[in-house]
Design a binder for this molecule. Structure first.
Ligand SMILES: [Zn+2]
Length: 123
């Protein structure tokens, strides 16, 4: 419990920690070591991360928003230096974004779990 006091929700999201105890990991491995596979439950407090069938459909909305935001920022930065056409900016921004898709997908799921647990902590 002492660790929970020290770790803020923001830090928990960045470190992909369980929203209840903020000690157990949501993902068992680093994103660089294997394909993204979640733990079913927290190893510390046994919170089930996937509350129901199709639970992570909400995470897809967050993934989409993060992808749109990131590609827009990449496109704006590119436009500042190149003044390419809109179509070319879109294609290049999406291609530059593709390597970040696994990280964004993980972050989207973690954000979804935190938002859902914030709105409805004990269901
Ligand atoms: Zn936990």
């Amino acid at each position: 419990m002492a660790d929970r006091v020290k770790i803020s929700p923001f830090q928990g999201i960045l470190r992909h920690l369980c929203p209840r105890c903020r000690t157990g990991k949501i993902y068992p491995t680093s994103i660089f070591s294997s394909l993204p596979k979640m733990n079913d439950e927290c190893a510390v407090c046994h919170l089930w991360f996937e509350r129901e069938e199709g639970y992570f459909l909400g995470a897809m909305i967050i993934d989409y928003a993060l992808a749109m935001l990131t590609t827009t920022v990449i496109g704006a930065i590119l436009w500042t230096f190149t003044h390419w056409s809109f179509e070319k900016l879109c294609v290049v921004a999406i291609l530059l974004f593709l390597p970040a898709v696994p990280a964004v997908t993980r972050l989207g799921r973690v954000l979804w779990i935190y938002i859902d647990r914030f709105i409805d902590p004990e269901r």
